[in-house]
Design a protein around this ligand. Structure first.
Ligand code: GLU
Length: 579
C-alpha cells in the first residue's frame, strides 16, 4: 500500500482508539470519582501522620481523632492525654448535624467544696493545689472517643491505636516543645515515675532532662494502649489501668486524692446540645457548658455583630479597642453565670439573646475603655444570686481539626490542664490536674459560685472547639486553641480575621494576639502590637505585653480548595492527602 493510503487508515484507527480510550476513561471517572482530599491540622507531626494514615486507609474523621489523641498523649504529654479530658465537635455533611461530645473530667465522689482551701479557709497557692493527687479528675477522653466511635467510626477500634503503640514501643524523637516544657518545669524532676521517664542520669548520677531529638520509649503506655485496643473503653475504666491511676492518686507524695474505681465506673461521657449562633453570613457552632468557651466566644461575636469590624480594618486601633471591650463584657458574664449545667442553671439562651447582646454592645464607648465590666442581667433570673469565680488557668492543652474525604469534620480540644497535669504518671500517661479549673472559693460575699467543687461535677473549662457553617449549612471552617482562659480570645480573634477581614487560615492564625479577660489588655510581646501601646493607653486601656502562646489549628474551605493552618508558636503542621 502506498503511504497516502496508509496514513488516513492509521488516522482512522488512532481516532477510534482514542474514542474508545476516552469513553473508557470517562466510565472509569464516573464509576470511581476521584476521592475528595482530607486535611488534618494538629500540634505535632507524629500526630498528623498517624491521623493521615487512618484517613488514607479509609477511616473517618473520628477514627483519625482517636489515632491522633493516642499519639499526642505520647509525644505532647505536657498538653493532653488519655488520662485527661476533651470536647469534640462533629459535623456530618449528609445529615447536616453538628454534635457536641463532652469528655470533661469529673470530681471524684470524695471531693468537697473545700478541696482547694487551707485550714483557715483561704485558697491554696496554685502550684500546691495542682501538684499531687487531689487535683486529678476522673478522666473522660477515652469514654468520649468510644462514644464518638460508636456513632461515627468506620475502622475497627483496635486499628486506631496501632500508630501510637508502634511509636511507644520503638521510640519517638522528643519534640522541641516537650523538651522545653521538661527543662522549664520546676517539679517534674522530683516526681515519682516522671523523673525516671523524662530524665536520664549522667555519669555523676545527676538527672539530665530529655533533650530535643532524644529518643524516648514508653513501654508502660504501649501496654495501656494494648488493653484499650483489645478491651475497648473497659480496658481503661476497669482493671489494671484504672487501678494504676487510682493507686498513683491515692498514694501521691503530695496531697493524695480520693479518686477511686467507683469514680471510674460511674464516669459518663455526654452528648450535649451544641451552642450555635449566626455571625455575619455564617453560623458558628461550639461546645456548650461545662465549657465557658462556646458561650463566651458567641457572646463576644454577638456583641461585635453590632459594629462594622470590616470597616474598621484588620488589627487597627479601633478594631482592637472594640474587640477588647466586647471581651470584657463577655468575660464578666462568664465569671458569674457559667458552671456545670448538670449542677447549676446556666442561662444559655438568655445570654445569647440578640437583644441582650445589643444592650451589652451599647455599653461600649468608642473613645474610652470601660476598664472593668460588670456582669449583665440576662433575662433568666435563675442565675442572679451568684458570686464571681476567681479564675486561674495555665497554658498547655492541644487542639486539632480534621476533615475526612467524605466531608465529616472533627474539631477537638483536649487537655491535662496545666503543663504535665498533676505531674503524677501512671500507665505511661500524665494524670490531669483538671479539678483546679474549679473555683477554689465555693462562695464569694456569701453567694454560691457557679463553678464551685462538688462530687461528680465537671469543672468549668475555656476550651472552644468551633465548627463554622455557611448559611446553606455547608462546612466552612474548623478551629480551636489551647491557652487556658485566653483560648476564647484566641479563637474569637481568628474567627474575626477569617470572616470580617477575609484572611486565609495561616494569616489569621499568625496574627499578633491580644486578649482582654476583663482585666488588663494583654498584647503579644515582641509583635507590632507593642507599637500601639501608647494609643491604647490613651483610650484608657491598661496594656501589658506578655507572651501569648496560642496553638490554633484550623481548616478553611475556600473557592480555591482547602486551606489549613498550624500555629507557628507550636510544633504542629497540616497534612492533606486522599484515601
Ligand atoms: N484546663 C483548661 C480548660 O479546660 C485549659 C488549659 C489550657 O488551655 O492550658 O479550659
Amino acid at each position: 500500500m502506498k503511504m497516502t493510503r496508509i496514513l488516513p487508515a492509521l488516522a482512522i484507527v488512532a481516532a477510534a482508539l482514542l474514542l474508545i480510550l476516552g469513553i473508557t476513561a470517562s466510565w472509569w471517572r464516573s464509576d470511581t470519582p476521584e476521592p475528595a482530599p482530607f486535611m488534618i491540622a494538629a500540634a505535632n507531626p507524629y500526630a498528623t501522620e498517624a491521623g493521615a494514615k487512618i484517613l488514607r486507609a479509609g477511616g473517618s474523621a473520628v477514627d483519625a481523632a482517636i489515632a491522633i489523641q493516642a499519639v499526642l498523649s505520647l509525644v505532647e504529654p505536657e498538653s493532653s492525654g488519655l488520662a485527661g479530658g476533651a470536647f469534640m465537635m462533629h459535623f456530618d455533611p449528609l445529615s447536616g448535624a453538628i454534635e457536641a461530645y463532652d469528655g470533661r473530667e469529673t470530681a471524684p465522689m470524695g471531693a468537697t467544696a473545700e478541696l482547694f482551701l487551707d485550714e483557715e479557709g483561704n485558697p491554696l497557692p496554685f502550684l500546691e493545689a495542682m501538684i499531687g493527687g487531689s487535683s486529678v479528675g476522673t478522666p473522660g477522653v477515652v469514654k468520649m472517643l468510644w462514644l464518638a466511635h460508636e456513632d461515627h467510626g468506620k475502622l475497627q477500634w483496635a486499628e486506631l491505636f496501632k500508630p501510637a503503640i508502634k511509636l511507644a514501643e520503638e521510640g519517638f524523637a522528643v519534640p522541641p516543645k516537650l523538651a522545653e516544657a521538661i527543662a522549664r518545669d520546676p517539679v517534674l524532676m522530683n516526681m515519682p515515675v516522671a523523673q525516671d521517664y523524662f530524665y536520664r542520669l549522667d555519669v555523676n548520677g545527676e538527672r539530665i532532662p530529655a533533650q530535643k531529638g532524644d529518643v524516648l520509649k514508653n513501654p508502660a503506655y504501649a501496654a495501656t494502649l494494648k488493653r484499650i485496643a483489645s478491651e475497648g473503653e473497659k480496658g481503661f475504666y476497669e482493671g489494671p489501668v484504672a487501678q494504676a491511676i487510682v493507686d498513683a492518686v491515692q498514694n501521691a507524695p503530695a496531697r493524695p486524692g480520693t479518686l477511686s474505681l467507683e469514680d471510674f465506673a460511674a464516669y459518663e461521657a455526654k452528648k450535649r446540645e451544641p451552642v450555635c449562633a449566626p455571625y455575619r453570613e455564617y453560623r458558628i457552632c461550639s461546645m456548650p457548658p461545662p465549657t465557658s468557651g462556646g458561650l463566651t466566644a458567641l457572646q463576644i461575636l454577638g456583641i461585635l455583630q453590632n459594629y462594622d469590624l470590616k470597616g474598621m480594618g484588620p488589627m487597627t486601633l479601633t478594631a482592637v479597642h472594640f474587640i477588647a471591650e466586647a471581651e470584657k463584657l463577655a468575660y464578666a458574664d462568664r465569671d458569674k453565670y457559667i458552671g456545670d449545667p448538670d449542677f447549676v442553671d446556666v442561662p444559655v439562651e438568655a445570654m445569647l439573646d440578640p437583644a441582650y447582646l445589643e444592650a451589652r454592645a451599647n455599653r461600649i464607648d468608642a473613645s474610652f475603655s470601660m476598664k472593668k465590666a460588670e456582669a449583665g442581667e440576662p433575662v433568666d433570673r435563675r442565675a442572679m444570686n451568684r458570686g464571681l469565680n476567681q479564675p486561674i488557668d495555665k497554658p498547655s492543652t492541644s487542639h486539632f481539626s480534621i476533615l475526612d474525604s467524605e466531608g465529616n469534620v472533627v474539631s477537638m480540644t483536649t487537655s491535662v490542664e496545666g503543663p504535665f497535669g498533676s505531674h503524677l504518671m501512671a500507665g505511661g500517661m500524665m494524670l490531669n490536674n483538671q479539678l483546679t479549673d474549679f473555683s477554689f472559693m465555693p462562695e464569694e460575699d456569701g453567694k454560691p459560685v457557679a463553678n464551685a467543687v462538688a462530687p461528680g461535677k465537671r469543672p468549668r473549662s475555656s476550651m472552644t472547639p468551633v465548627i463554622v457553617l455557611t448559611k446553606d449549612g455547608d462546612f466552612h471552617a474548623a478551629i480551636g486553641s489551647p491557652g487556658g482562659s485566653r483560648i476564647i480570645g484566641y479563637v474569637t480573634q481568628t474567627l474575626i480575621a477569617l470572616i470580617d477581614w477575609d484572611m486565609d487560615m495561616r494569616a489569621a492564625i499568625s496574627l499578633p494576639r491580644f486578649i482582654d479577660r476583663n482585666g488588663p489588655l494583654e498584647i503579644e510581646a515582641g509583635t507590632v502590637l507593642e507599637q500601639m501601646t501608647a494609643d491604647l493607653e490613651s483610650l484608657g486601656h491598661e496594656v501589658k505585653a506578655v507572651p501569648l502562646m496560642s496553638g490554633l489549628h484550623g481548616i478553611l474551605v475556600t473557592p480555591e480548595g482547602l486551606d489549613g493552618g498550624a500555629d507557628p508558636r507550636r510544633d504542629g503542621n497540616v497534612v492533606t492527602g486522599q484515601p
